[in-house]
Every structure is written in C-alpha cells, then in structure tokens.
Design a protein around this ligand. Structure first.
Ligand SMILES: O=C(O)CCC(=O)C(=O)O
Length: 282
C-alpha cells in the first residue's frame, strides 16, 4: 500500500488534471492471472466482439466480471485505488461496473465522451464516479492507449459526442492503473497493431448514484454470500448514510448472513437520544 504522502500526491494530480496514473502498482503474476482468467472466460462462454461502435466492434467486453472468477474479486479491493476512490467519493461508494476492455487488432478509436454525461447535474462538479483503467498489456499509442483531455473535468459541459479535438494518450506499462474523474473527456484509442490490448475498467460511483451494472441481481446471491464483506458493501449490500438502500429497516448485508448490519439513520438518532438522556441522568 502506498504511503499517505504518495496518496496525497496522486490525489492532487487527480484533482488538477482529472486523472492520475499509478505506475506498475500491480505485480506481474497478478497481471498474468487476470489476463489468463479473461482468456479462459472468453473461451468458455464464447464471448465475441461487442455489438455497438461505442463498445467497439473489434473489442471483447466481458461485463459483470465478479461472477466469472474469484481472481476478479481482488480488483475493486485494490488498496491504493480504493483508498483514493474513498477519498474522492467517500467511504460509502459503490462499485458501478467491472468489465474487460480487450481491444482487438483493427479496433477504431472510440467516440470522445465522458462517463456521467447522462446524469442531469450541472458541471463542473465534484466527482460523481471514478474509473480505474487497469493496463494488463503495455498501453502504447499504437495499440489504443486511452485518449484523454487533461483538465476537461472542469469544463462546463460534456464534450460534443465523438468530437475530433486534441487529446493526449495515456501510455503506461502493464500493471499500471489510470484513475480518472468520470467527467474527464476521453475515448479508447485505435489498435493498429496485430496484438490485443488487454485492460479492465473498474468503475466506482458515489453511494447515492445508481450503479451502471445492477450488482444485486447480476451477482447471484450464492456468489454474493462468498464475497469479502467490503466487496459485498461495494456491490450495494449497504445503506448509504443510514437511509438509502434499506430493506424493511434492515441493512441488506444481513441477507447475506452478516449478523449485524448498520443502523438506519432513524434508529441511530433514537439511540443517541436515549444515550444522551442516560448520560444526562448520571
Ligand atoms: O478502452 C479504453 O481505453 C477506454 C474505454 C472507455 O472509455 C469506455 O468504454 O467508456
């Protein structure tokens, strides 16, 4: 885990530029294990190319990765990325989506966009979501390293969709992670090589925002029961600020067998009242 000085430095870059690259923070054996799992899942389920130009007609995207292999459970829990995301979104953040981005040879550049442009809130704004792009291959200009417009998270609007404007490419070594504000203007690059570009997108959102993938139904309950508790919370088995997401006043994590979940805000305020009255009586 990075030092708190290092985390502060990464956070300052993120806030200034809208992104930060964490160079080679994932060890090689983990990069290999993740890539091998992607290949195995792709073959087992005969996943083919995506069907839309946005997702990439020569790109294999495997969604809902948590259900496919336990090795993917480590991704949303990566300590440095999770610590930064918690500082940006608060500790009650959610995992919004977890998917692969395998750019095949001949994949064209994606249309320029930002990831929360459908959310009807004024810009510029505090981060609503942050995307962690995990490079499982070296990201090069030729194989489609993500294009970004540094500082564009501070623009008063999303980019004109697909606009042809100047960008820089986030080239990085395999094992590096680029974390960026969902409001940053960006796009996947074109892959002009004969090799695939392997990557993951681990996308977190504020705890009050709807997740991009429906994790409570998409991850079957028998899988959800086996996840580490922090990952269960990230999937939405949690109550935001003790108010949003409860089931009959219970923290949904209790449905997964965790004995005591968090109190609702209403239960907590009565408890405080009783405690204050009790201490006043002493
Ligand atoms: O593949 C990439 O580098 C970026 C993909 C992306 O931005 C997206 O699908 O929203």
């Amino acid at each position: 885990m990075a030092s708190s000085e290092q985390l502060d430095e990464w956070l300052a870059s993120f806030e200034r530029d809208g992104y930060v690259v964490l160079p080679e923070i994932i060890a090689k054996p983990q990069v290999i294990a993740l890539t091998e799992a992607l290949l195995r899942v792709e073959a087992e389920h005969s996943f083919g190319y995506a069907k839309t130009s946005f997702e990439g007609l020569k790109t294999v995207r495997i969604n809902n990765l948590l259900v496919h292999d336990e090795v993917f459970w480590t991704v949303p829990l990566q300590p440095d990325v999770l610590a930064l995301s918690e500082r940006l979104l608060d500790r009650e953040l959610l995992l919004s989506s977890l998917c692969s981005l395998t750019l095949g040879p001949g994949q064209e550049a994606q249309p320029l966009h930002e990831d929360t442009q459908q959310i009807p809130l004024p810009r510029p704004r505090a981060p609503l979501a942050v995307n962690a792009i995990w490079a499982l291959s070296d990201f090069t200009e030729e194989n489609g390293a993500t294009h970004i417009v540094p500082g564009s998270h501070k623009q008063p609007s999303a980019p004109p969709y697909g606009a042809d404007i100047d960008t820089v490419q986030a080239t990085m070594k395999a094992g590096s992670i680029m974390l960026f504000d969902s409001a940053l203007w960006h796009k996947g690059g074109a892959n002009t090589t004969s090799m695939r570009r392997y990557a993951l997108s681990c996308y977190y959102c504020a705890g009050w925002l709807r997740q991009q993938e429906n994790m409570q139904l998409g991850v079957p309950v028998e899988v959800a029961r086996r996840l580490p508790q922090r990952l269960q919370e990230l999937c939405g088995y949690s109550i935001y600020k003790g108010q949003y997401g409860h089931i009959d006043n219970q923290d949904p994590i209790t449905l997964l067998g965790v004995e005591s979940g968090r109190r609702t805000v209403w239960q907590a305020s009565d408890l405080k009242k009783r405690r204050d009255a009790g201490s006043g009586a002493k």
